[in-house]
Design a protein around this ligand. Structure first.
Ligand code: ADP
Ligand code: MG
Length: 330
């Protein structure tokens, strides 16, 4: 695409060269990165390529005044989270960017946020597209996973335990701070906003769970909705024990109903929700400790369809909201 030159502003190719071109790491299976008509990748013959795209749209996924460095981090993090949920190892990504103008301070901060996560997770920017338009960031991430070992949504079985990594509902709490002026202590506010702006994709955990988890998904739209995808694809149901949900100290400062609602229905957590046979419990714990992430058992898969949420006494809990649906009427 062509990004027309306007007075004193670098054109498309200069922007790409300055902000989005980095050398490819030695040993990567990326043979050719940014600068040609296509990138070239030569994955090993015993690997599947895992491919996922996610788009961040201003006003829908982030607020108009969002910090560009956090946006760079988050745009890549949400894609890495999808790779994690398949048990894939990050390889490369493309970046399709629509920008209202060539704001160099914005591009500098955005690319710094993007590359600091890319370098930490050893994933290469291999190409993309840059054009003028309302701010829109679309990343396609590629990863590799040994043949037939990917963590899919369709293989949860009755009796399997349901687990989640980290804690749930913090990003939703962060959104409440920004949009409804919820007041928290400085410490709790920092936790919630960090989770909202700079989520940590569970890349190491996803790979460590290969051969252990029977099914997995990342929690992007809220636990109920996302677990619902596993249930639907696997033709099973589930019971979740609300008292077992992992809640951070920040969300723990809120009313019980808010804790459950945010943990069960809040989006943007980017934790992994996965299933495993009870006999795999020790292996799940070992995988989590190897990945440096906490995991919590929150319920179990049932043979009959339906998702039930119960309190500590086993009574069903009803919730107002379910999962974040971009096309829901509100
Ligand atoms: P073409 O016109 O052949 O599609 P472009 O002019 O769009 O190529 O892009 C030139 C090169 O820069 C390509 O290698 C493309 O992948 C890369 N590129 C364009 N935009 C970006 C971006 N935002 N980040 C990384 N690489 C990019
Ligand atoms: Mg192009």
């Amino acid at each position: 695409m062509t990004f027309c030159t306007i007075d004193n502003m670098p054109a498309e190719f200069e922007l790409i060269a300055k902000y989005f071109t980095r050398p490819i790491r030695a040993g990567s299976s990326v043979q050719l990165g940014v600068g040609d008509d296509c990138a070239l990748i030569a994955p090993a013959s015993d690997q599947s390529l895992a491919i996922s795209s996610d788009m961040l749209v201003e006003g829908r996924h982030f607020l108009p005044d969002a910090d560009p460095s956090s946006l760079g981090h988050k745009a890549l993090a949400v894609n890495l989270s999808d790779l994690a949920a398949m048990g894939a190892k990050p390889l490369g990504f493309t970046l399709a960017l629509a920008l209202p103008d060539a704001d160099e301070a914005w591009l500098d901060a955005f690319s710094r946020g993007l590359f600091s996560l890319a370098e930490a997770e050893q994933i290469e920017l291999i190409g993309g597209d840059t054009t003028r338009g309302p701010l829109n960031i679309c990343i396609t991430a590629l990863g590799t996973v040994p043949l037939d070992t990917a963590l899919r949504r369709d293989s949860a079985r009755a009796g399997h335990d349901i687990w989640v990594s980290g804690s749930l509902g913090d990003a939703r709490l962060g959104l409440e701070i920004l949009t409804n002026n919820l007041l928290l202590s400085d410490e709790h506010q920092a936790i919630a906003l960090q989770r909202l702006h700079q989520p940590s994709p569970r890349v190491a955990l996803g790979q460590a769970l290969r051969g252990i988890a029977s099914a997995a998904i990342d929690v992007s739209d809220g636990l109920i909705g996302d677990l619902g995808h596993i249930l639907q694809r696997s033709s099973v149901g589930a019971t979740i024990e609300a008292a077992c949900l992992p809640i951070s100290t920040a969300l723990g400062s809120q009313h019980q109903q808010t804790q459950w609602e945010f943990a069960l229905s809040g989006g943007d957590d980017y934790e992994l929700c996965f299933c495993a046979a009870p006999i795999k419990k020790e292996k799940v714990m070992a995988a989590a400790s190897k990945a440096g992430v906490t995991v919590t058992r929150i319920g179990k898969i049932e043979a009959t369809s339906g998702l039930h949420i119960v309190d500590a006494a086993g009574h069903k809990i009803n919730l107002r909201s379910h999962s974040f649906d971009h096309f829901a009427l509100s």
